[in-house]
Design a protein around this ligand. Structure first.
Ligand code: SF4
Length: 240
């Protein structure tokens, strides 16, 4: 698929609902060649509900970095039980994580941007890279207004980091639309959302935000806004 093909698809899907975008992706790419990566945020819970309602046989996977909140594990169980499926749980290579901790310490992510990216690479990007190497496309719950690093994303795009297609069905939804959907369909959601955490990742790298702060201000809060991605959704040097 070249750049013109992707532009044409985005023109065709411009006014399409998330359900229609997912139906297009499943029929054009095929259930076996596409998977949904969830980080268990409200957007991803909406997409999980839509995919399970469509009865699409698409793998739904998440990464257990080893640093998740207990509430994240609770949500995994609750969602599996409600929607009658099993997540595919990806985990990092334990020897690589052990070596990293032995060399740089348990709290290395606070010491420098390079060490934080090293931790994200070993715990998240490598397991994801491994999974995506068997696929033609992946589905994500990204929205354009989540952060300044996401303003240019499209419903369908070429993922330059992983070299496959990336499908973002909720790209033009705002936060209110997500929560209206969650309430309307009683979608289970992360308990920390009610405690001031709009965006939830690993426990040591996430905090609650203050009123008026950017929704991603609680992620890697000690870093500049421009640096606030773990590499899953950003072109970056994954070799560092
Ligand atoms: Fe490591 Fe923090 Fe990245 Fe999680 S978010 S992988 S703990 S640096």
């Amino acid at each position: 698929m070249n750049k013109d093909d992707i532009n044409n698809i985005n023109d065709k899907l411009k006014y399409s609902s998330p359900q229609e975008v997912l139906s297009w992706a499943v029929s054009e790419i095929g259930c076996d060649n596409i998977a949904f990566a969830t980080s268990l945020g409200a957007e991803d819970q909406v997409l999980t509900h839509i995919l399970r309602s469509m009865k699409a046989d698409v793998s739904i996977f998440t990464i257990d970095t080893g640093c998740l909140y207990a509430e994240s594990h609770d949500l995994i169980q609750e969602t599996e039980s409600l929607y009658d499926f099993k997540y595919e749980i990806l985990t990092p290579e334990s020897y690589a994580v052990e070596e990293m901790i032995n060399t740089h310490g348990k709290d290395l992510f606070y010491k420098s941007l390079e060490l934080r990216k090293l931790c994200c690479r070993l715990r998240k990007i490598e397991p994801l890279k491994n999974k995506l190497s068997s696929l033609d496309a992946w589905i994500c719950g990204l929205r354009r207004d989540q952060s300044i690093t996401r303003t240019n994303i499209e419903k369908v795009q070429w993922d330059e980091v992983f070299g496959i297609i990336k499908v973002n069905p909720l790209v033009d939804w705002d936060e209110k639309k997500v929560w209206d959907y969650v309430k309307k369909y009683k979608v289970p959601y992360h308990k920390l959302h009610d405690r001031g955490y709009p965006s939830i990742g690993c426990e040591p790298c996430t905090r609650a935000i203050k009123p008026g702060e950017d929704v991603r201000a609680g992620r890697w809060w000690w870093e500049n806004k421009e640096q606030k991605e773990c590499g899953l959704h950003q072109k970056m040097d994954t070799s560092s």
